[in-house]
Design a protein around this ligand. Structure first.
Ligand code: DAH
Length: 340
């Protein structure tokens, strides 16, 4: 029996050392020291031993069991550690690898200009309204004091959808929509940014472009209020040293009307090609809201007065960013757009 135990111990230890996987080790454990394992098998024959030999063999068997169990435990730890190292290696990240760069877009320069215009007017207490790009003849022309057959309708080459429905040629029709919504509340103090459409296409005209309309109505609104607001705006948009000049003009929806110029932002007023030598640039149209327009919006021109203005966003953006061809804004060439 002594021999049997020694043999079992040797064989088991050798196989434990050779085990490469935890599962394999567990099987060996069952095979040698399990309830039905080989060690138990040998001890079954204890009955055939003498009374003196029995405790000696018992002790020897316990020693063998202890040795094997220790070997199992050591090997299990080793295999566990090995498995852990393999997993670590598999999950290792190289945090020094450069990341994948995704190209990032940015706001279109026209909308940057528009945002800035809005911000300036909002800071002066204006609300922002949006109208419809598809308008009726009534709002686009009639309510703007341009009755059918009015010669001023020739100023605008219109995209008609039907006889009565068209793409708005300016943001002015939204003036009347805002008045109808607000009336009789005062004051009305809004800007109206948006797209407008005209049948025009060259270096300085696009069939679709952007305007920002302004409308202020209250009791005692005067022409000087218009001038003050526009001067503040121009200084904020182009710089504190800017000046404006008002020239008499004509729009059917205002009376009196004025075109507003600012100092040429290219030459500073000395005279250049952009300002055609005058030192001034025309930047917007404006005037006191015509009594007919107030009336069609629901307000009584005997009690309230107002001013309005309309500016082209493309033109303002071209002057501010020094862009000399309007079409660059719409070609979406990223080499152009990346510069803003
Ligand atoms: N609607 C005009 C245009 O598109 C611009 C304009 C001029 C708007 C005078 C106004 C204004 O509100 O008072 O050319």
């Amino acid at each position: 029996m002594r021999e049997q135990l020694r043999e079992l111990q040797e064989k088991a230890l050798a196989r434990i050392q050779a085990a490469g996987l935890l599962e394999e080790l567990n099987e060996l454990k069952l095979q040698y020291t399990g309830k039905k394992g080989e060690l138990t098998q040998i001890l079954r024959n204890m009955g055939g031993l003498s009374a003196e030999e029995r405790p000696v063999m018992g002790q020897l068997a316990n020693e063998v069991r202890d040795k094997l169990e220790e070997a199992f435990a050591n090997m299990a730890e080793k295999l566990q550690e090995q498995a852990y190292q393999i997993q670590l290696k598999r999950e290792t990240l190289d945090i020094t690898l450069p990341g994948r760069q995704r190209p990032l877009g940015s706001r279109h320069p026209l909308y940057q200009a528009m945002d800035e215009i809005e911000e300036i007017f909002i800071s002066m207490g204006f609300g922002v309204e949006e109208g419809y790009e598809v308008e009726t003849d009534y709002y686009n022309f009639e309510a703007m004091n341009l009755p059918k057959n009015h010669p001023a309708r020739d100023m605008q080459d219109t995209f008609y959808i039907s006889e009565d429905i068209l793409l708005r040629t300016h943001t002015s029709p939204t003036q009347t929509r805002v008045m109808e919504k607000m009336c009789p509340r005062l004051p009305v103090k809004v800007i109206i940014p948006g797209k407008v459409y005209r049948r025009d296409d060259d270096a300085t005209h696009s069939p679709m472009f952007h305007q920002v309309e302004g409308l202020v109505i209250d009791e005692h609104i005067r022409f000087s209020d218009l001038k003050g607001i526009l001067l503040s705006f121009i200084k904020r948009f182009f710089g504190e040293d800017q000046e404006i000049r008002l020239r008499p003009s004509y729009f059917p929806f205002t009376e009196p009307s004025a075109e507003v110029d600012c100092r040429c932002v290219i030459c500073g007023g000395k005279g250049c090609r952009t300002c055609k030598g005058t030192g001034w640039l025309e930047i917007l149209g404006s005037g006191m809201v015509h009594p007919n327009v107030l009336r069609m919006g629901g307000y009584d021109p005997a009690k309230v007065s107002g001013f309005a203005f309309g500016m082209g966003v493309e033109r303002l953006a071209m002057l501010k960013y020094g862009v000399d061809d309007l079409r660059l804004f719409f070609e979406n060439d990223v080499r152009f757009l990346r510069q803003f």
